[in-house]
Design a binder for this molecule. Structure first.
Ligand code: SF4
Length: 117
């Protein structure tokens, strides 16, 4: 099942929230099975399947909207927006680190006790 098809299922589509981006998704058509792992999938098969899914994502007109949706949920499984679940965890960790750094006071070198910002 592709990411866009998953969104059309009632539990994944919040009531009253219209998400037009997935109507233009490249994975709506014929790539069923590329985006989510079957149980007990061998590593080599997973890597190959994920690469094929990413190739579909690369030509998808709603890649960024899909990616941000998957990061915001966050979607725990599958390829969304050209990223695997593991890659999305890395992006989220980087964003959290960046947000923490942006909130930390800046210490001015040589100025004891002074904080800029
Ligand atoms: S970016 Fe990939 S997973 Fe997302 S809608 Fe497009 S084809 Fe589907």
């Amino acid at each position: 099942m592709a990411a866009a098809q998953l969104l059309e299922r009632p539990p994944a589509q919040p009531a009253g929230e219209d998400s037009p981006w997935h109507t233009a998704a490249a994975c709506r058509r014929d790539e069923v099975g590329l985006f989510f792992a079957p149980s007990k999938e061998p590593t080599a098969a997973r890597l190959s399947r994920e690469e094929q899914a990413k190739q579909v994502c690369a030509r998808c007109p709603v890649l960024l909207a899909c990616r941000e949706h998957a990061l915001a949920q966050p979607e725990p499984y599958g390829v969304w927006g050209g990223l695997t679940a593991a890659e999305r965890r890395v992006v989220l960790a980087r964003r959290r680190r960046r947000d923490v750094e942006l909130c930390e006071p800046v210490r001015v070198p040589g100025a004891r006790g002074r904080i800029a910002g």
